[in-house]
Write a new protein. Sequence first.
Lengths: 316, 310, 410
Amino acid sequence: MMKKRLFLIITLLAIILMIFLPYFIGAYLLHVLMTIFIYMSLALSWDMMLRTGQLSFGVAGFFGVGSYASIITCSRFGFNPLVSILFAGFFVALIALGLGFAVLKLRDIYFSITTLAITMVFSVIIRNMPRLTGGASGKVIPNVIFNGDSTKTYWLILSLALITILISEIFNRTKIHFAINSIRNDEIIARSSGINILGYLLFVFIISSALQGMAGAIYTQQYGFVSPETTFSLDFLLLPMAMALVGGIYSTWGSVIGAVVLGFASEYLKLFMPYGHQIIYGIMIVLIILFLPKGIYGSTKDRLVTYKIEKLSLSE
Amino acid sequence: MLNLEKTNKSLKKTLIAFIIFLIIVGIWKPLALVYGIQRGGLYSLIGLPLALILGIVGILNLAHGDFLTLGLYIGYIFYSSWSIDPIISMIPLFFILFGLGTVLYSILIKNVLKAGHLNQLLLTFGISMIIIELIKIIWTTRPRSVYTSYASSSVTLGNMSIGMYEFIYPAMAIAVLVILQFFLKKTRLGQAASAVGQNPKGAEIVGINTNVVYLVVFSIAFGIIGISAAVMLPRTAIFPLSGNSYTLKSFALAAMAGLGNLNGILIGGITLGIAEAIVQSIPGYEGWSDVVFFGILIAVILLNAYRRPE
Amino acid sequence: MKRIFLVMMSLLMVFSFALAAEKPIKIGAVNPLGDITGDQATKAMKLAVKEINDAGGVLGRPIELIVIDDEMNPAKGAAAIERLATVENVDFFVGGMGSGVHLAQVPILKKYQKITVWIGAASHQAEIAMGPDADWYFHLHPWDYQQGEGYGVGWTEIVHAYPEVKIEKVFLAYEEGAFGTDSYTSYIDLYEEAKRGEGSWKEVLKEFKGASFKSAALGGGDYRAMLNQAKSFNPDLFIWAGYDADAIPIVAQAREVNFQPPLFVGAPPGWPADFGKNPLSNNVILYGMWAPTLNEVSAVAKHFYDSYVEMWKEEPATYFAPLGYTNIYFLVEGIKKAGSLDKNAIIEALRTIEYESPLGEVLKIEPSRIIKNQGFKYQKILQWQNGKQEVIWPLDLATTQLVYPFKFGK
């Protein structure tokens, strides 16, 4: 009981610290943190889908559609930037709902490649609609959100990250947790327990996609432009995946730690090694996978548990 | 994992439908048929090794295309340092990539077999990054090329000039497929490999050394990547990302054909190649060829999923 | 006598300490170090910095160049500007290459409003993003629409100078991404103008057609469908706008398809390492800003080339090398002319400087469509002859005659 309250107090203090951070650190570090939080939201939302047993390769697609939804409603229909971000989340959720009915019957690599194929299709369709989307040249908006105020933009991105963490924890602690785990482990048993598999999959799919769409919308509002090549870049799929895996899948902390570790590494490595720093990044990933197969958080948790068990058995 | 349900009957049906399709396209847009068969043959040739590793060893190799790039660079070295013709370099390239596959498997892949698909995926992603960066450091991003006089040879039919060289792609794809099928069905090791692909645990119980099977299959697949690199050499620009896009296309092919269906890779590859070529030949709609490629992919996968009983 | 000597010595020591303790003028550069363009631009900048410091620096102070890799990634490029501004506290921003990266940097550059002399970003989108009020922003690279206009001037002059050359039908093959599409929209605008009897292409652009292709750099590499379209259009001038990876396959496939236009022009941002050695390259025309043969007609170009080779033991392979050198020298000339680090003084000075650059032409600042401070407007028309890039136009910088019509080598 005490431990839970202690944990809650620490979490609250951490959140307050995060909120007041802009007053202590410089613009550069703030910028790096903003990028990390965006990738963290992507990694976490991808992990949420993964917990149902479905490996989605559609992150970049929803990110891109959310980006375009936000910028088009802003520049064409005069939406307020914040409203356009919410709209983007809603719009992507609708698309995920529609797609989900068809695609969530697929399993394993078939689901994965289909979500990846859908990403490519989104990207090419958007590229071929120049009057609406600016086509291959992309679109620029005259003013970035909050007129470039780093602190406010940081708070916006921090909010997204905190909401994503909150949703991830809800998925991990309520009875949703049991349903999702059950689906992942064995669908036949889950179905015979009366769990509506398609319902749960749709639910998680819609929420994770909406989060990815909002991340895309915020990213676009922060920099003020979209283009098919940069907005639908597979970096927005592969890097969050790597972060979640390196940190430890099936957990909130895993994606958080992974995003922080890989995010800082990718930014600061190049300051020490102007040429070839990507090799170090790749080697880091390979080493972590070989020696910490459960990710940083996963392996640490395991070690803590073993340690506790040993301590307990010693004290017997 | 391997699907032995493909009976001879359904294979014959698919073949007949395929040939009818070819004839229709040949009459409507002959050049698109030629280009489609050529490019599609290339997709099939490069897709076979990925499908092999995915089907039998169970690993999705995200570094697949980057090893192809590596093969291209090695072939380039043969050409620029010792004037070895690209087609001839097929032989050393097969063995070099074969060896590379063996080393890669023994040092890295073996260790993650137990750790699950995701870890394997991430490992190959890390390897892909390392290879691309290594190539950038050694050779920079500037493209290189290998010149052969026969690469642009063509035959004139009426007012169409049909390139001859790229027919080597479907030819090699068919040759490799035939050899692979022979290996998998008629040799002891190949039959063991099929068994492992279908049911790894069951195969172990029966006494098959899965480790050796994985090693051999992995190495053979890499050898085929070497062959692909050799035939691509005269027609491809060689730069750090030359092969990268083929990973996605190979993955798409393997999924469309269905795991274990190697024949499907050939038919699927050529079909997709032709579909792409048809779209590209329509003025003003060239940019839509990707939509057609991935659209067909999605359609086939969904159709298969809904046709299969629960 | 001794006392005077001692006083002199101590004064000298104080003086030299004061000089050594002079804080350097900091210039921050953001370049794509992983690509040959950014790599060589950086090396050329370092060469320029060394030369300037060896000659005594600027305003009695040395200059210090701090380079951060943008990794061709927009967010990283933006973060690099933030770091240079707030952690390294630079006084000026230079460098650049990609347009996408620059679009992300624009809002941040606007935040700090330091004097920025940029050699990247050809896309008109970047100009739209920057807007007309950025007096502190100097853009040296020609915009996409300016390049198109320049070639109209060039081809018209060539048609007058070489009577056997005839140009009426133009076909543009463009890669389907942002780079190629920007080229296509520029040509469409120029064609509309020419149809009305206006613009630089009015004499040489009677019929125009465009077709897109997937660049080899982005997973394509099969141009035959597009080449067949070009073949049936039968143009006098064929241009392809793609990347260096397309250069050789496109010529090889044109030969396979038996498409041999009288003028075969490539417009990639760079060329493959061994293009000149490839027999297919002979008499291919290229759009570019620089070629090593300029050493024959420009002393500044020759000095740059020889110094670069001596310092880095490699040859400059892309126009970004002399452009990077120009970047630093142009900024430094502005500071020298202003005589101080006052921002407005430097802006005024930069607007009036004429700098003879190793690109073979004089760099002057003029307004472009939206911004006030634009540098180079036009590029050059060159031709591969016997493995070397020769300058054909501007005619006063020409290193040889045009070979016409284009024929595939054996």
